[in-house]
Write a protein that binds this ligand. Structure first.
Ligand SMILES: [Ca+2]
Length: 465
Protein backbone atom coordinates (compact mmCIF):
# COMPACT_ATOMS: atom_id res chain seq x y z
CA UNK A 1 0.00 0.00 0.00
CA UNK A 2 2.80 2.33 0.89
CA UNK A 3 4.43 1.71 -2.44
CA UNK A 4 1.21 2.33 -4.34
CA UNK A 5 0.60 5.51 -2.40
CA UNK A 6 4.08 6.74 -3.19
CA UNK A 7 3.62 5.99 -6.85
CA UNK A 8 0.32 7.83 -6.82
CA UNK A 9 2.02 10.88 -5.37
CA UNK A 10 4.75 10.65 -7.95
CA UNK A 11 2.15 10.32 -10.70
CA UNK A 12 0.30 13.38 -9.46
CA UNK A 13 3.46 15.42 -9.50
CA UNK A 14 4.28 14.03 -12.88
CA UNK A 15 0.95 14.79 -14.45
CA UNK A 16 0.76 18.17 -12.77
CA UNK A 17 3.98 19.27 -14.40
CA UNK A 18 3.19 17.52 -17.67
CA UNK A 19 6.72 16.30 -18.09
CA UNK A 20 9.13 14.54 -15.87
CA UNK A 21 12.38 14.23 -17.68
CA UNK A 22 14.72 16.87 -18.88
CA UNK A 23 18.33 16.22 -19.74
CA UNK A 24 20.07 18.90 -17.80
CA UNK A 25 23.12 19.02 -19.97
CA UNK A 26 23.96 20.90 -23.11
CA UNK A 27 22.10 19.80 -26.19
CA UNK A 28 18.46 19.76 -27.00
CA UNK A 29 16.48 19.08 -23.87
CA UNK A 30 14.52 15.92 -24.26
CA UNK A 31 11.23 15.49 -22.50
CA UNK A 32 9.11 12.50 -21.95
CA UNK A 33 5.43 13.09 -22.52
CA UNK A 34 2.98 12.70 -19.68
CA UNK A 35 2.07 9.29 -21.04
CA UNK A 36 5.54 7.91 -20.43
CA UNK A 37 6.10 6.42 -17.00
CA UNK A 38 9.37 7.26 -15.30
CA UNK A 39 12.03 4.70 -16.16
CA UNK A 40 13.08 1.92 -13.85
CA UNK A 41 16.76 1.63 -12.96
CA UNK A 42 18.83 -1.49 -12.41
CA UNK A 43 22.34 -0.72 -11.19
CA UNK A 44 24.45 -3.88 -11.34
CA UNK A 45 27.85 -4.00 -9.70
CA UNK A 46 30.35 -6.84 -9.91
CA UNK A 47 33.03 -7.14 -7.23
CA UNK A 48 36.73 -7.22 -8.17
CA UNK A 49 35.89 -7.83 -11.82
CA UNK A 50 38.39 -6.22 -14.16
CA UNK A 51 37.88 -4.65 -17.54
CA UNK A 52 39.82 -7.57 -19.04
CA UNK A 53 37.39 -10.10 -17.60
CA UNK A 54 34.86 -9.41 -20.34
CA UNK A 55 35.30 -11.93 -23.15
CA UNK A 56 35.01 -9.12 -25.70
CA UNK A 57 38.11 -7.53 -24.15
CA UNK A 58 40.17 -10.66 -23.59
CA UNK A 59 39.98 -12.58 -26.82
CA UNK A 60 37.61 -15.16 -25.43
CA UNK A 61 39.65 -16.27 -22.42
CA UNK A 62 36.47 -16.01 -20.32
CA UNK A 63 32.84 -16.59 -21.34
CA UNK A 64 30.56 -13.59 -20.86
CA UNK A 65 28.01 -13.75 -23.71
CA UNK A 66 25.30 -11.86 -21.87
CA UNK A 67 27.55 -9.01 -20.74
CA UNK A 68 29.04 -8.80 -24.21
CA UNK A 69 25.53 -8.63 -25.65
CA UNK A 70 24.64 -5.95 -23.09
CA UNK A 71 27.76 -4.04 -24.09
CA UNK A 72 26.72 -4.17 -27.75
CA UNK A 73 23.34 -2.69 -26.76
CA UNK A 74 24.80 -0.04 -24.45
CA UNK A 75 26.67 3.18 -24.42
CA UNK A 76 29.93 1.95 -22.93
CA UNK A 77 32.67 4.12 -21.57
CA UNK A 78 36.17 2.90 -22.34
CA UNK A 79 37.76 5.24 -19.79
CA UNK A 80 35.51 4.73 -16.80
CA UNK A 81 36.97 4.85 -13.33
CA UNK A 82 35.79 3.63 -10.02
CA UNK A 83 36.22 6.09 -7.16
CA UNK A 84 38.68 3.89 -5.29
CA UNK A 85 40.73 0.72 -5.78
CA UNK A 86 38.85 -1.12 -3.00
CA UNK A 87 35.23 -2.04 -2.26
CA UNK A 88 33.72 0.19 0.39
CA UNK A 89 34.97 3.62 -0.68
CA UNK A 90 34.10 2.86 -4.31
CA UNK A 91 30.56 1.99 -3.26
CA UNK A 92 30.23 5.04 -1.04
CA UNK A 93 30.95 7.27 -4.03
CA UNK A 94 28.52 5.36 -6.21
CA UNK A 95 25.81 5.80 -3.58
CA UNK A 96 26.42 9.51 -2.92
CA UNK A 97 27.95 11.11 -6.03
CA UNK A 98 30.79 12.36 -3.81
CA UNK A 99 34.42 11.44 -3.30
CA UNK A 100 34.61 8.62 -0.74
CA UNK A 101 36.57 10.61 1.83
CA UNK A 102 33.77 13.15 2.14
CA UNK A 103 31.33 10.39 3.04
CA UNK A 104 33.41 8.97 5.86
CA UNK A 105 34.05 5.68 4.05
CA UNK A 106 37.79 5.53 3.42
CA UNK A 107 38.77 1.91 3.79
CA UNK A 108 37.58 -1.68 3.78
CA UNK A 109 36.99 -4.20 6.55
CA UNK A 110 33.98 -2.97 8.49
CA UNK A 111 34.76 -5.16 11.48
CA UNK A 112 38.31 -3.86 12.01
CA UNK A 113 37.58 -0.27 11.05
CA UNK A 114 33.87 0.39 11.70
CA UNK A 115 34.28 4.15 12.02
CA UNK A 116 36.21 4.35 8.73
CA UNK A 117 33.67 2.36 6.73
CA UNK A 118 30.37 3.90 7.83
CA UNK A 119 28.60 6.22 5.49
CA UNK A 120 28.03 9.31 7.58
CA UNK A 121 24.42 9.78 8.72
CA UNK A 122 24.36 13.25 7.13
CA UNK A 123 25.09 11.81 3.67
CA UNK A 124 22.22 11.39 1.22
CA UNK A 125 22.23 8.18 -0.81
CA UNK A 126 20.93 7.54 -4.29
CA UNK A 127 18.43 5.18 -2.69
CA UNK A 128 17.15 8.02 -0.45
CA UNK A 129 16.58 10.15 -3.53
CA UNK A 130 14.72 7.46 -5.46
CA UNK A 131 12.73 6.47 -2.39
CA UNK A 132 11.73 10.03 -1.56
CA UNK A 133 10.47 10.61 -5.08
CA UNK A 134 8.14 7.70 -5.54
CA UNK A 135 10.36 4.76 -6.45
CA UNK A 136 10.45 1.39 -4.77
CA UNK A 137 14.08 0.76 -3.88
CA UNK A 138 15.87 -2.52 -3.34
CA UNK A 139 19.37 -3.78 -2.68
CA UNK A 140 20.18 -7.37 -3.50
CA UNK A 141 23.68 -8.50 -2.49
CA UNK A 142 26.58 -6.79 -0.82
CA UNK A 143 26.30 -3.60 1.23
CA UNK A 144 29.70 -2.79 2.76
CA UNK A 145 29.03 0.86 3.60
CA UNK A 146 28.56 0.56 7.34
CA UNK A 147 27.25 -1.85 9.93
CA UNK A 148 25.18 -1.40 13.06
CA UNK A 149 21.94 0.37 13.89
CA UNK A 150 21.24 3.26 11.58
CA UNK A 151 23.98 2.37 9.09
CA UNK A 152 22.54 -0.55 7.17
CA UNK A 153 20.65 -0.59 3.86
CA UNK A 154 17.12 -0.29 5.26
CA UNK A 155 18.33 2.80 7.14
CA UNK A 156 19.91 4.29 4.03
CA UNK A 157 17.04 4.54 1.57
CA UNK A 158 16.34 0.95 0.59
CA UNK A 159 12.80 -0.38 1.05
CA UNK A 160 14.02 -3.91 0.57
CA UNK A 161 17.31 -5.61 1.37
CA UNK A 162 18.24 -9.19 0.63
CA UNK A 163 21.95 -9.52 1.07
CA UNK A 164 24.83 -9.25 3.50
CA UNK A 165 26.44 -6.43 5.39
CA UNK A 166 29.71 -8.07 6.44
CA UNK A 167 31.97 -10.37 4.49
CA UNK A 168 31.98 -12.76 7.45
CA UNK A 169 28.43 -13.68 6.41
CA UNK A 170 29.88 -15.32 3.31
CA UNK A 171 32.52 -17.82 4.42
CA UNK A 172 31.73 -19.72 1.22
CA UNK A 173 29.65 -19.22 -1.93
CA UNK A 174 28.01 -22.52 -1.01
CA UNK A 175 27.40 -21.73 2.66
CA UNK A 176 26.38 -18.22 3.67
CA UNK A 177 23.92 -16.06 5.54
CA UNK A 178 21.69 -13.37 4.10
CA UNK A 179 19.64 -10.70 5.78
CA UNK A 180 16.18 -10.70 4.27
CA UNK A 181 14.69 -7.45 5.46
CA UNK A 182 16.03 -7.65 9.02
CA UNK A 183 15.87 -11.41 9.43
CA UNK A 184 19.01 -13.50 9.00
CA UNK A 185 18.74 -16.78 7.13
CA UNK A 186 21.46 -19.35 6.49
CA UNK A 187 21.79 -21.16 3.17
CA UNK A 188 23.86 -24.20 2.31
CA UNK A 189 21.87 -25.69 -0.57
CA UNK A 190 22.64 -23.19 -3.32
CA UNK A 191 25.30 -21.00 -4.91
CA UNK A 192 25.39 -17.37 -3.79
CA UNK A 193 25.63 -15.73 -7.21
CA UNK A 194 22.74 -17.73 -8.66
CA UNK A 195 20.72 -17.02 -5.52
CA UNK A 196 21.27 -13.26 -5.81
CA UNK A 197 20.38 -13.36 -9.50
CA UNK A 198 17.11 -15.16 -8.71
CA UNK A 199 16.30 -12.62 -5.99
CA UNK A 200 16.88 -9.78 -8.44
CA UNK A 201 14.51 -11.39 -10.93
CA UNK A 202 11.90 -11.76 -8.19
CA UNK A 203 12.31 -8.11 -7.18
CA UNK A 204 11.63 -7.02 -10.74
CA UNK A 205 8.59 -9.30 -11.00
CA UNK A 206 7.18 -7.97 -7.74
CA UNK A 207 7.60 -4.36 -8.74
CA UNK A 208 7.07 -4.48 -12.49
CA UNK A 209 4.08 -2.12 -12.29
CA UNK A 210 5.80 0.62 -10.27
CA UNK A 211 8.92 2.63 -10.92
CA UNK A 212 11.74 0.81 -9.19
CA UNK A 213 15.43 1.26 -8.42
CA UNK A 214 17.19 -2.05 -7.98
CA UNK A 215 20.83 -2.15 -6.94
CA UNK A 216 22.12 -5.64 -7.65
CA UNK A 217 25.49 -5.76 -5.91
CA UNK A 218 26.98 -9.13 -6.73
CA UNK A 219 29.85 -10.56 -4.70
CA UNK A 220 31.41 -12.40 -7.63
CA UNK A 221 34.20 -12.81 -8.44
CA UNK A 222 35.45 -11.64 -5.02
CA UNK A 223 37.16 -14.09 -2.66
CA UNK A 224 36.51 -16.72 -1.31
CA UNK A 225 36.74 -18.00 -4.86
CA UNK A 226 34.65 -21.09 -5.52
CA UNK A 227 32.39 -22.49 -8.21
CA UNK A 228 30.85 -25.84 -9.09
CA UNK A 229 33.63 -28.11 -10.33
CA UNK A 230 31.92 -28.79 -13.66
CA UNK A 231 32.00 -25.07 -14.38
CA UNK A 232 35.72 -24.86 -13.63
CA UNK A 233 36.77 -27.90 -15.66
CA UNK A 234 36.45 -26.38 -19.15
CA UNK A 235 38.85 -23.60 -18.16
CA UNK A 236 41.29 -26.06 -16.61
CA UNK A 237 41.21 -28.01 -19.85
CA UNK A 238 42.39 -24.88 -21.63
CA UNK A 239 45.46 -24.93 -19.43
CA UNK A 240 44.51 -22.11 -17.09
CA UNK A 241 45.71 -22.01 -13.50
CA UNK A 242 43.04 -23.35 -11.13
CA UNK A 243 42.46 -19.97 -9.49
CA UNK A 244 42.03 -18.22 -12.82
CA UNK A 245 39.79 -21.03 -14.02
CA UNK A 246 37.68 -20.67 -10.87
CA UNK A 247 37.37 -16.91 -11.25
CA UNK A 248 36.31 -17.31 -14.89
CA UNK A 249 33.72 -19.91 -13.83
CA UNK A 250 32.41 -17.46 -11.22
CA UNK A 251 32.19 -14.74 -13.84
CA UNK A 252 30.39 -17.06 -16.24
CA UNK A 253 27.73 -17.77 -13.60
CA UNK A 254 27.46 -14.05 -12.86
CA UNK A 255 26.99 -13.46 -16.57
CA UNK A 256 24.26 -16.11 -16.79
CA UNK A 257 22.32 -14.48 -13.97
CA UNK A 258 22.53 -11.09 -15.63
CA UNK A 259 21.25 -12.72 -18.82
CA UNK A 260 18.27 -14.10 -16.90
CA UNK A 261 17.51 -10.71 -15.38
CA UNK A 262 17.64 -8.99 -18.77
CA UNK A 263 15.44 -11.70 -20.28
CA UNK A 264 12.94 -11.10 -17.51
CA UNK A 265 12.71 -7.44 -18.54
CA UNK A 266 11.83 -8.67 -22.04
CA UNK A 267 9.23 -11.11 -20.76
CA UNK A 268 7.60 -8.42 -18.62
CA UNK A 269 7.77 -6.00 -21.56
CA UNK A 270 9.60 -3.38 -19.53
CA UNK A 271 12.89 -3.52 -21.43
CA UNK A 272 12.45 -0.10 -23.02
CA UNK A 273 11.47 1.58 -19.78
CA UNK A 274 14.35 0.20 -17.76
CA UNK A 275 17.80 1.75 -17.64
CA UNK A 276 20.49 -0.84 -16.91
CA UNK A 277 23.93 0.22 -15.73
CA UNK A 278 26.67 -2.35 -15.24
CA UNK A 279 30.05 -1.71 -13.61
CA UNK A 280 32.56 -3.25 -11.22
CA UNK A 281 33.84 -1.67 -8.03
CA UNK A 282 37.58 -2.13 -8.66
CA UNK A 283 40.09 -4.14 -10.61
CA UNK A 284 41.33 -7.67 -10.13
CA UNK A 285 42.54 -9.00 -6.82
CA UNK A 286 46.29 -9.68 -6.63
CA UNK A 287 45.70 -12.24 -3.90
CA UNK A 288 44.01 -14.42 -6.49
CA UNK A 289 46.10 -15.72 -9.38
CA UNK A 290 46.96 -12.80 -11.68
CA UNK A 291 45.03 -12.89 -14.92
CA UNK A 292 44.84 -11.01 -18.17
CA UNK A 293 43.76 -7.37 -17.82
CA UNK A 294 44.63 -5.78 -21.14
CA UNK A 295 47.73 -3.63 -20.81
CA UNK A 296 46.74 -2.12 -17.52
CA UNK A 297 49.25 -1.79 -14.72
CA UNK A 298 48.39 -2.59 -11.15
CA UNK A 299 45.55 -4.35 -9.37
CA UNK A 300 42.96 -3.81 -6.70
CA UNK A 301 44.49 -1.75 -3.84
CA UNK A 302 46.53 0.45 -6.21
CA UNK A 303 45.61 3.68 -7.95
CA UNK A 304 47.21 2.47 -11.16
CA UNK A 305 44.81 1.89 -14.03
CA UNK A 306 44.44 -1.83 -13.32
CA UNK A 307 43.11 -1.03 -9.87
CA UNK A 308 40.43 1.43 -10.87
CA UNK A 309 39.50 1.25 -14.55
CA UNK A 310 36.26 -0.70 -14.74
CA UNK A 311 33.60 -1.76 -17.20
CA UNK A 312 30.82 0.85 -17.37
CA UNK A 313 27.84 0.07 -19.60
CA UNK A 314 24.57 1.99 -19.74
CA UNK A 315 21.62 0.61 -21.70
CA UNK A 316 18.33 2.34 -22.35
CA UNK A 317 16.78 0.70 -25.39
CA UNK A 318 15.09 3.04 -27.81
CA UNK A 319 16.58 6.10 -26.12
CA UNK A 320 20.35 5.68 -26.31
CA UNK A 321 22.22 4.71 -29.45
CA UNK A 322 24.75 2.04 -28.48
CA UNK A 323 28.41 2.81 -28.95
CA UNK A 324 31.71 3.60 -27.30
CA UNK A 325 32.48 6.86 -25.53
CA UNK A 326 36.08 7.73 -24.75
CA UNK A 327 35.28 10.40 -22.18
CA UNK A 328 36.74 10.08 -18.73
CA UNK A 329 33.88 9.22 -16.40
CA UNK A 330 33.83 8.35 -12.73
CA UNK A 331 31.63 6.63 -10.15
CA UNK A 332 30.60 9.98 -8.67
CA UNK A 333 28.78 10.65 -11.95
CA UNK A 334 26.33 7.80 -11.47
CA UNK A 335 24.01 9.50 -8.97
CA UNK A 336 23.57 12.78 -10.88
CA UNK A 337 23.22 10.88 -14.16
CA UNK A 338 20.46 8.61 -12.92
CA UNK A 339 18.62 11.48 -11.24
CA UNK A 340 18.80 13.42 -14.48
CA UNK A 341 17.64 10.52 -16.66
CA UNK A 342 14.70 9.80 -14.37
CA UNK A 343 13.70 13.46 -14.06
CA UNK A 344 14.18 13.44 -10.30
CA UNK A 345 15.20 16.37 -8.19
CA UNK A 346 18.53 16.86 -6.49
CA UNK A 347 18.32 18.69 -3.17
CA UNK A 348 20.03 22.07 -3.65
CA UNK A 349 22.12 21.47 -0.54
CA UNK A 350 23.75 18.40 -2.02
CA UNK A 351 27.39 19.10 -2.96
CA UNK A 352 28.28 16.56 -5.58
CA UNK A 353 31.65 15.83 -7.14
CA UNK A 354 30.19 14.06 -10.15
CA UNK A 355 28.12 15.40 -13.03
CA UNK A 356 25.31 14.09 -15.15
CA UNK A 357 26.41 12.10 -18.19
CA UNK A 358 22.94 12.37 -19.74
CA UNK A 359 24.20 14.47 -22.64
CA UNK A 360 27.03 12.05 -23.41
CA UNK A 361 24.64 9.13 -23.19
CA UNK A 362 22.19 10.82 -25.53
CA UNK A 363 25.02 11.54 -27.94
CA UNK A 364 24.92 15.31 -27.76
CA UNK A 365 27.39 16.10 -24.99
CA UNK A 366 31.10 16.72 -24.95
CA UNK A 367 34.12 16.94 -22.67
CA UNK A 368 33.36 20.50 -21.58
CA UNK A 369 30.57 19.16 -19.37
CA UNK A 370 32.92 16.99 -17.35
CA UNK A 371 35.18 17.99 -14.46
CA UNK A 372 38.67 18.77 -15.74
CA UNK A 373 40.29 16.70 -13.00
CA UNK A 374 39.53 13.52 -11.09
CA UNK A 375 41.25 12.35 -7.91
CA UNK A 376 41.78 9.11 -5.99
CA UNK A 377 43.48 8.00 -2.80
CA UNK A 378 43.43 4.94 -0.60
CA UNK A 379 45.45 3.51 2.25
CA UNK A 380 44.29 1.07 4.85
CA UNK A 381 43.67 3.32 7.85
CA UNK A 382 43.14 7.05 8.46
CA UNK A 383 43.95 8.76 5.15
CA UNK A 384 47.61 9.54 4.46
CA UNK A 385 47.38 11.48 1.25
CA UNK A 386 51.05 10.96 0.35
CA UNK A 387 50.22 7.28 -0.18
CA UNK A 388 48.60 5.78 -3.22
CA UNK A 389 46.98 8.95 -4.54
CA UNK A 390 46.38 9.98 -8.12
CA UNK A 391 45.03 12.76 -10.23
CA UNK A 392 43.97 12.60 -13.84
CA UNK A 393 43.84 15.70 -16.06
CA UNK A 394 43.34 15.06 -19.77
CA UNK A 395 45.89 12.51 -20.89
CA UNK A 396 48.12 13.14 -17.86
CA UNK A 397 48.08 11.16 -14.66
CA UNK A 398 50.02 12.09 -11.57
CA UNK A 399 50.60 9.23 -9.13
CA UNK A 400 51.84 9.27 -5.57
CA UNK A 401 53.01 5.69 -5.60
CA UNK A 402 51.47 2.76 -3.84
CA UNK A 403 53.53 1.64 -0.87
CA UNK A 404 51.72 -1.10 0.97
CA UNK A 405 48.47 -3.01 1.24
CA UNK A 406 49.05 -3.19 4.97
CA UNK A 407 49.01 -0.40 7.52
CA UNK A 408 51.42 2.32 6.35
CA UNK A 409 54.14 3.57 8.67
CA UNK A 410 53.84 7.34 8.43
CA UNK A 411 53.84 9.58 5.40
CA UNK A 412 55.38 8.34 2.16
CA UNK A 413 58.57 10.04 0.99
CA UNK A 414 58.34 8.72 -2.55
CA UNK A 415 58.20 11.44 -5.22
CA UNK A 416 55.17 11.71 -7.51
CA UNK A 417 55.35 10.08 -10.91
CA UNK A 418 53.80 11.43 -14.11
CA UNK A 419 52.37 9.30 -16.90
CA UNK A 420 51.13 10.23 -20.35
CA UNK A 421 48.27 7.78 -20.73
CA UNK A 422 47.75 8.57 -24.41
CA UNK A 423 51.29 7.46 -25.26
CA UNK A 424 51.76 5.07 -22.36
CA UNK A 425 48.47 3.45 -21.28
CA UNK A 426 50.31 0.91 -19.14
CA UNK A 427 51.97 3.60 -16.98
CA UNK A 428 55.40 2.18 -17.65
CA UNK A 429 57.37 5.41 -18.24
CA UNK A 430 57.57 8.06 -15.53
CA UNK A 431 58.03 11.36 -17.37
CA UNK A 432 58.01 13.59 -14.27
CA UNK A 433 61.59 14.72 -14.91
CA UNK A 434 60.63 16.03 -18.36
CA UNK A 435 57.62 18.01 -17.10
CA UNK A 436 58.56 19.56 -13.75
CA UNK A 437 56.09 22.45 -14.01
CA UNK A 438 53.19 20.14 -14.83
CA UNK A 439 54.15 17.87 -11.94
CA UNK A 440 54.25 20.82 -9.60
CA UNK A 441 50.85 22.12 -10.73
CA UNK A 442 49.17 18.75 -10.57
CA UNK A 443 50.75 17.97 -7.22
CA UNK A 444 49.44 21.27 -5.84
CA UNK A 445 46.00 20.41 -7.16
CA UNK A 446 46.10 16.97 -5.58
CA UNK A 447 47.21 18.57 -2.32
CA UNK A 448 44.33 21.06 -2.43
CA UNK A 449 41.86 18.26 -3.12
CA UNK A 450 43.29 16.25 -0.21
CA UNK A 451 42.76 19.15 2.16
CA UNK A 452 39.23 19.73 0.88
CA UNK A 453 38.05 16.14 1.25
CA UNK A 454 39.82 15.70 4.58
CA UNK A 455 38.11 18.80 5.93
CA UNK A 456 34.78 17.43 4.78
CA UNK A 457 35.51 13.96 6.17
CA UNK A 458 36.22 15.40 9.62
CA UNK A 459 33.39 17.95 9.65
CA UNK A 460 31.17 18.40 12.66
CA UNK A 461 28.26 16.05 13.38
CA UNK A 462 30.71 13.18 13.46
CA UNK A 463 29.48 9.66 13.02
CA UNK A 464 28.23 8.28 16.32
CA UNK A 465 30.10 5.21 17.47
CA1 LIG B 1 35.77 -4.99 -4.67
Amino acid sequence: MLINFRWTVASMLFFATGSLLTFGIAGTPQQLSAADPPPNVILILADDMALGDLASFNGGRSRTPNLDQLKSESVWFSQAYSAAPVCAPARAALLTGRYPHRTGVVTLNQLTYPSLTRLRPDETTIADLFQNQGYTTGLVGKWHCGNGDGFEPLDRGFDEFEGFVNSTDVPSYFDYRLQIQRQTEAFSDRYLTSDLSARAVEFVRRHQHEPFFLHLAHYAPHRPIAAPEERITPYLQRGLHRETATVYAMIEILDEGIGELLSELDRLEIRDQTIVLFASDNGLDPLVQRRFNRELRGTKYTVYEGGMRVPFLVRWPGTFTPGEREHLVHFTDVLPTLMDLCGLKLPPTLELDGVSLAGLLAGNGDDTELPGQRYWQWNRTEPLYSHNAAMRQGKWKLVRPYVTRGVPKGQSKRPPALYDLAADPSESRDVAAQHPERVSRMNDSLEAWSQSVEQDRTRAKAVSQ
